[in-house]
Design a binder for this molecule. Sequence first.
Ligand SMILES: Cc1cc2nc3c(=O)[nH]c(=O)nc-3n(C[C@H](O)[C@H](O)[C@H](O)COP(=O)(O)OP(=O)(O)OC[C@H]3O[C@@H](n4cnc5c(N)ncnc54)[C@H](O)[C@@H]3O)c2cc1C
Length: 427
Amino acid sequence: MRRNDQTKLKNWAGNFQYNAARIHHPKTLDEIRELVRRGEKIRALGSRHSFNRVADCAQDIISLQHFDRVIALDRERLTVTVEGGIRYGELSQYLHKEGFALHNLASLPHISVAGACATATHGSGDKNGNLATAISAMELVTADGEVITVSREKDGDTFNGMVVGLGGFGVVTKLTLDIQPTFDVQQDIDENLPLRELENDFDEIMSSGYSVSLFTDWKTETVNQVWVKRRLLDGKKLEAESNFFGASPATRRMHPIGELSSENCTEQMGIPGAWQDRLPHFRMDHTPSSGEELQTEYFVAREDAFAALLTLNEIREYIAPLLMISEVRTIAADDLWMSMCYKQDSVALHFTWKMDEPAVMQLLPMIEAQLAPFDPRPHWGKLFMVSPMQLEMRYERMQDFRQLLSQYDPQGKFRNAFLDLNIFGVS
Ligand SMILES: Cc1cc2nc3c(=O)[nH]c(=O)nc-3n(C[C@H](O)[C@H](O)[C@H](O)COP(=O)(O)OP(=O)(O)OC[C@H]3O[C@@H](n4cnc5c(N)ncnc54)[C@H](O)[C@@H]3O)c2cc1C
């Protein structure tokens, strides 16, 4: 592709164009190896769903678009091995057909497995680790063009440092994921939960399903919608609660943004269905979410959830005008060095913003200052202003991560401006 064509490539939200001089779409492993060997500055690209420039690079971007196959299903060891560019939607359909499931999914199934895991993408659920916790092995093309395999079994803690790798270790060409027998889920929605109910009942509310999400537009002191996804035994439908902590059952299908059509959302109203058709909020066969939007997300320790929500409530008059919707989810602690949930059961405070980046970037320091007492860790794939110094303090394995990156990529071939700033503290 010529430069003129390249500059037109934008991320999913369309809030920026990639700076890359060349974007490659290789079809074979050897092509990737050759591109990496020849290149000076390289980044791998997934499905382009990140809202910041974590995947960007001034020189060569390698899209994994054509690496979208399932390679092997191991029914005994309960693993599936896939190519780096496959999206969760396709993988989920394949797995369900074969009688298997992943432990969780993000709000939409359109994202690539490698890209999602590189930024510690997550769904919800007290006992569910982020999506990267399912990865047990990875094949990478490293800076010298060599192909290596790293695994949980063989590489132990070093592997924990590489899974949420922010694209810094090389091009991930294959991943092996833990799977389990397929299961059914039903999704019920309750409306108008008073914020105060969370003070004493946060744990009970968030544990009322396998995966629970709270949605608020911060216009009032109310959680507009509570989405409860319950895992079913033998596919048998469960009764909905008639009074859910002061909230009432929805009488129609809903979009998280109340005024939007629910057409692109997964089935609700307690109708049982397969895990991959209920765990994401949005359907694979429809355009996800509302399209024109920006996102930000901060993770705090689970025990600080209510205090953090109260502090956001203090500034909701600034948040609400720019906001489409906020979502609150819980995620189990993990051991992945750069995960936002490293060693900490977490609550994620998410904001879907209207497409007004200057105004959003102006507001983020206020939100970050409010949340500062809780040492919020920002989502690596979304917009944030947290300084490199604060990131250093909030990620206890940051120094180990830098050393590991330098060991695998001494010349910094896979380093971009995002990593330079946020990981190496160089602007
Ligand atoms: C509508 C929408 C909804 C979202 N919902 C959620 C959600 O529910 N939960 C959540 O946590 N996040 C969510 N996100 C954020 C999203 O999951 C992350 O930004 C994720 O990284 C996107 O994956 P991607 O494949 O698009 O990666 P890209 O944006 O293409 O890349 C992200 C990073 O991964 C690296 N990378 C990609 N492929 C490879 C590879 N093969 N080898 C090495 N590195 C690679 C890139 O270099 C880059 O560093 C959402 C985003 C959107 C747009």
